[in-house]
Design a protein around this ligand. Structure first.
Ligand SMILES: NC(=O)c1ccc[n+]([C@@H]2O[C@H](COP(=O)([O-])OP(=O)(O)OC[C@H]3O[C@@H](n4cnc5c(N)ncnc54)[C@H](OP(=O)(O)O)[C@@H]3O)[C@@H](O)[C@H]2O)c1
Length: 223
C-alpha cells in the first residue's frame, strides 16, 4: 500500500486522526470530515459528491466516522427510552452516511491493483454476539451498516476483482465517543494503538476477505 493515496473519512475523530497520522509515513493522506476542506456532512449528499469529485482515486479508504451520543441523546438502556429522533440521527450518521460514502467513493478504487475500503463498525452491531441488550439505536444502525457493507461487497466484487470492502471493530478506544463510558470504568486503549492494530489487519487483507466483519485483533466476528 506504500506511497499511494489514502483517504480517511472522519479524520478529525479520535481513531481517524490516529490512523491518518500513522499513514503519513507511507501514503499521501487526504483527510475528510465536516471540519476539513473540502468538508463532508452526512446530511448533505452533495457535499460527499463534491469531495469525491475533488479528490484523487485511492487504493486505501478508511471510514472512521460515527456517533454514539450527542448533546441531546445517550445510548438507550431500555425500550422506555426509545425515540424516533434518536433512531433517525443514529441511522443518518452510522448507516446512511457511510452508504453514501460507498456510493461516491467505491468507484474511485483502482480496478487494476489491490485496494481496500474499510468502515469502522462496532462489535455491538453484531446480532449474533448480542448478549447484553441496550444501546438500541446504535446497535441497530451498526447492524444496518454491516448489511450495507455485505451488500456493497457483492456488487463491488463484480467489477473490482482485487478489492476488499470490510467492516472493522476497532476495540474500545479512548476518544470523545467513548469518554462518558470510560468515566464509568470502561477500559479503553489509546487511539495510536488502535490505529496500529487496524492498519495491521488491513495490510493483511486480500479480495478473498471482501465482505468480512473483522475485529482489530484479526478475529472474524459473527454478523
Ligand atoms: N471509540 C470506541 O471505543 C469505539 C468502539 C467501537 C466502535 N467505534 C467506532 O469507530 C468509529 C470512530 O469512532 P471514534 O471513537 O474515533 O469517534 P469520534 O472521535 O467521535 O469521531 C467521530 C468522527 O465522525 C465524524 N462525524 C460525526 N458526525 C458526522 C457527520 N454528520 N458527517 C460527517 N462526519 C461526521 C466526526 O467528524 P467532525 O465532527 O469533525 O465532522 C469525527 O471525525 C465510529 O464509527 C465508532 O462507532 C468506536
Amino acid at each position: 500500500m506504500d506511497g499511494r493515496n489514502a483517504i480517511i473519512f472522519g479524520a478529525t475523530g479520535g481513531i481517524g486522526a490516529a490512523i491518518a497520522d500513522a499513514l503519513e509515513a507511507t501514503h499521501r493522506v487526504h483527510r475528510l470530515s465536516r471540519r476539513t476542506e473540502p468538508a463532508i456532512e452526512f446530511t448533505d449528499e452533495a457535499s460527499i459528491a463534491a469531495a469525491a469529485a475533488t479528490l484523487p482515486d485511492a487504493s486505501l479508504m478508511i471510514d472512521c466516522t460515527g456517533a454514539l451520543h450527542d448533546d441531546e441523546f445517550r445510548p438507550e438502556k431500555s425500550w422506555k427510552h426509545l425515540s424516533a429522533e434518536q433512531f433517525a440521527r443514529q441511522f443518518a450518521i452510522n448507516a446512511t452516511g457511510p452508504a453514501l460514502l460507498m456510493k461516491h467513493f467505491l468507484p474511485k478504487l483502482p480496478r487494476d491493483e489491490p485496494s481496500v475500503f474499510a468502515t469502522l463498525s462496532a462489535r455491538v452491531g453484531s446480532i449474533g454476539d448480542n448478549g447484553f441488550g441496550g444501546w438500541y439505536s446504535y446497535r441497530a444502525s451498526k447492524a444496518a451498516l454491516n448489511q450495507i457493507v455485505r451488500t456493497a461487497a457483492i456488487e463491488l466484487q463484480r467489477k473490482w476483482k482485487q478489492a476488499a470492502l470490510v467492516a472493522i471493530h476497532p476495540g474500545t478506544v479512548d476518544t470523545a465517543l467513548s469518554a462518558p463510558f470510560a468515566k464509568q470504568g470502561l477500559t479503553v486503549r489509546p487511539p495510536e494503538e488502535a490505529a496500529r492494530d487496524i492498519l495491521a489487519v488491513l495490510e493483511g487483507l486480500d479480495a478473498s476477505e471482501n465482505g468480512s466483519f473483522i475485529a482489530y485483533d484479526g478475529e472474524r466476528l459473527p454478523w
